[in-house]
Design a binder for this molecule. Structure first.
Ligand code: AGP
Length: 623
């Protein structure tokens, strides 16, 4: 969603800000703007549309070595030039960029209007600029603190002020903010992607913290600018020694090239092709072949804690929720612990009962998804134990959890998640293995699963080699306005994920159903114009699945069947996609892989902007 960049140092700020905004484009936005502070005060350039348009239209004289920039995702008021950030006060001395939502903006707008302040935009953010300007505090830190005291809601903000030209003041409450440490220059961003070309030494702000950033360093504090925040871990939640939290600067092991699509037509394709390596990384050092188990030190749980778990509840949104369903099935099958998955976006609204012997698992690529984060906070408030399956190290969800498994998929830029989801599945398999082996899963079965896991990267590569064949199938599917994706039991979350990927980037109506439910309603829609992609693994349900294929074929519904070699589809006319067999518990992820390529090539055939699908953002950080 919205993105923030900021700079203080010896260089001209505008090119750095614009380049940073380009790196945030994948998050989704509808307008962009920058403000710099130079000899003649604050200058602002902002407009609806792309960062490219903003760059092209930038005034010639736009100098300043302090600056802030923003990509906006409209929440209050339409996407237009006036509503774009940065917002300024009436005197044009204060400039503010903001991610999040100010809940009491309407009241504050009224109060400001009563005081004779003319509000130019429809946004909630503009009130912040006026509140900072109105504060009588004699420091920028004091003015920002005063302004924040008046607002309720979520924010990541960066503020600059013509009277304090050496600094930015930033603050965070619910929307991520990272400070990047350079050599006599400092950066601010809402997402690492905007920083990595300049620095990988960063500090993450916590909720409720502010920071003053100058060219030589930064200081963090809560409300009172005189009281610095302690450095060091906020909570004992280092996951296997891989991260530090709090105000320590952390140098991240990141290759800036990971944020570059290189020769690939899109990030999504690059990330699809990276899956064999990514899957290898998530397994590295986590398999104990001798005892047929997994070694997950980051869970921060000993065998006794693990043994005491009576139920597992997985929470995630969108695709992370669907993989969560695959993961819950793995836990039930391997550990025989009752497990289910629920959309994190719904969870806390039903006043959930939090049980001490339930293990809650939050799944998220970004570690920022607000619904998942709030679900984690609700559980912790009620005394529950939450672990995270998270890709982004040090992200809000990772920091909030009691422990977890980092996914090591590497940066995922495309909105449509692929490699992170594959690693989520593998992460669940590791968790299920560890939970299973302190219960009734035999050492032989543990070893069987480990062989299956070790075979996965090679089998994923095998499927990806058939890209051309899958592209042909995708082109046919792209012609349909509406499609079904169907599967049963283990295959149903696969169908859900397949439909999700397809609709996200091809904009075709793709609906997932349990194959068993077809004749309870949706069969009425089957016709030669409505293709079905059916997931039919070789398992105890193959015959029943094939029966359903006959019913679809009898209604002349075109069929694409993702299956295993040797599965007999009878005389059903279908385009067949065979995937390699693994252990049956691990099959779902291999059945999912071709569906990614079907979605990708359908969208490509239709000429869509694959990495930035309409109306969608990479990280959903507002409710
Ligand atoms: C995946 O293709 C989607 N873009 C989306 O459903 C995503 O999985 C969801 O928003 C959750 O994101 P997260 O993994 O970063 O929490």
């Amino acid at each position: 969603m919205c993105g923030i960049v900021g700079y203080v140092g010896g260089q001209q700020a505008a090119p750095i800000l614009l380049e940073g905004l380009t790196k945030l484009e994948h998050r989704g936005y509808d307008s962009a703007g920058v403000a710099v502070l130079g000899g003649s005060g604050v200058k602002v350039a902002k407009q609806a549309g792309r960062v490219r348009d903003l760059t092209d239209g930038l005034p010639k004289r736009f100098g300043g070595k302090v600056g802030i920039g923003h990509t906006r995702w409209a929440t209050h008021g339409p996407a237009n030039d006036v509503n774009a950030h940065p917002h300024t006060d009436a005197a044009g001395k204060v400039a503010v960029v903001h991610n999040g939502i100010i809940d009491n903006a309407a009241i504050l707008r009224e109060r400001l209007a009563d005081r004779g302040v003319e509000l130019l935009s429809d946004t909630d953010t503009e009130v912040l600029a006026h509140l900072v300007a109105a504060s009588t505090a004699d420091t920028l830190e004091g003015k920002v603190t005063d302004a924040l005291a008046a607002i309720h809601g979520t924010y990541g903000i960066a503020v600059m002020h013509a009277d304090f030209p050496d600094r930015l003041v930033v603050a965070r409450n619910g929307s991520p903010l990272i400070i990047g440490v350079g050599d006599k220059e400092m950066y601010v961003a809402s997402d690492l992607a905007a920083l990595v070309r300049h620095t990988t030494t960063v500090a993450h702000l916590e909720d409720g913290e502010l920071a003053t950033v100058t060219s030589t360093g930064f200081t963090t504090y809560r409300e009172d600018p005189g009281v610095p925040v302690d450095s060091g871990a906020k909570r004992g939640n280092s996951w296997g020694g891989m991260t530090s939290t709090g105000k320590e600067e952390t140098t991240l092991d990141i290759d800036p090239a990971d944020y570059d699509a290189g020769e690939h037509a899109s990030y999504m394709r690059k990330e699809i092709l990276e899956q064999p390596d990514a899957a290898e990384r998530v397994l590295r050092g986590r398999l104990d072949e001798r005892f047929g188990t997994a070694h997950l030190g980051g869970l921060n749980m000993d065998a006794r804690d693990t043994r005491a778990i009576r139920r597992v509840k997985v929470l995630g949104c969108g695709s992370a929720y669907y993989v969560g369903q695959m993961g819950a099935a793995l836990v039930e099958e391997l550990a025989r612990i009752p497990a289910d998955a629920e959309a994190a976006s719904e969870f806390r609204y039903r006043n959930p009962i939090i049980e001490p012997d339930t293990l809650y698992v939050a799944v998220s690529q970004s570690g920022e998804t607000i619904d998942t984060l709030l679900a984690v906070q609700e559980i912790r408030r009620k005394g529950g134990r939450v672990i995270g399956l998270v890709n982004v190290v040090g992200s809000a969800i990772a920091r909030e959890c009691d422990g977890g498994i980092y996914l090591h998929a590497g940066p995922e830029v495309a909105v449509a998640s692929t490699k992170a989801l594959t690693n989520m599945f593998v992460g669940f398999a590791l968790l299920a293995l560890q939970l299973g082996r302190v219960r009734d899963l035999s050492i032989a079965d543990g070893k069987r699963l480990i062989s299956g896991l070790l075979a996965l990267p090679g089998q994923i590569a095998e499927i990806l080699e058939r890209e051309d064949e899958l592209a042909d199938v995708a082109v046919q599917l792209a012609e349909a306005d509406s499609l079904f994706f169907v599967g049963r039991v283990r295959g149903f979350p696969v169908a859900r994920e397949g439909a999700q990927k397809f609709k996200e980037i091809s904009y075709r109506h793709a609906e997932a159903y349990q194959t068993s439910e077809l004749k309870h309603g949706p069969l009425a829609l089957i016709s030669p114009e409505v293709p079905t992609v059916a997931v039919v693994p070789e398992d105890e349900l193959t015959d029943r699945n094939v029966g359903a294929l006959h019913e679809i074929a009898a209604r002349r519904g075109p069929l694409v069947v993702v299956t295993h070699k040797g599965v007999d589809l009878g005389d059903v006319e279908a385009t067949r996609i065979d995937v390699p067999r693994n252990e049956r518990e691990l099959d779902p992820i291999l059945l999912t892989l071709p569906l990614q390529l079907l979605a990708y090539h359908a969208a490509r055939h239709l000429g869509h902007d694959i990495d930035k699908p309409r109306n969608l953002a990479k990280s959903v950080t507002v409710e």
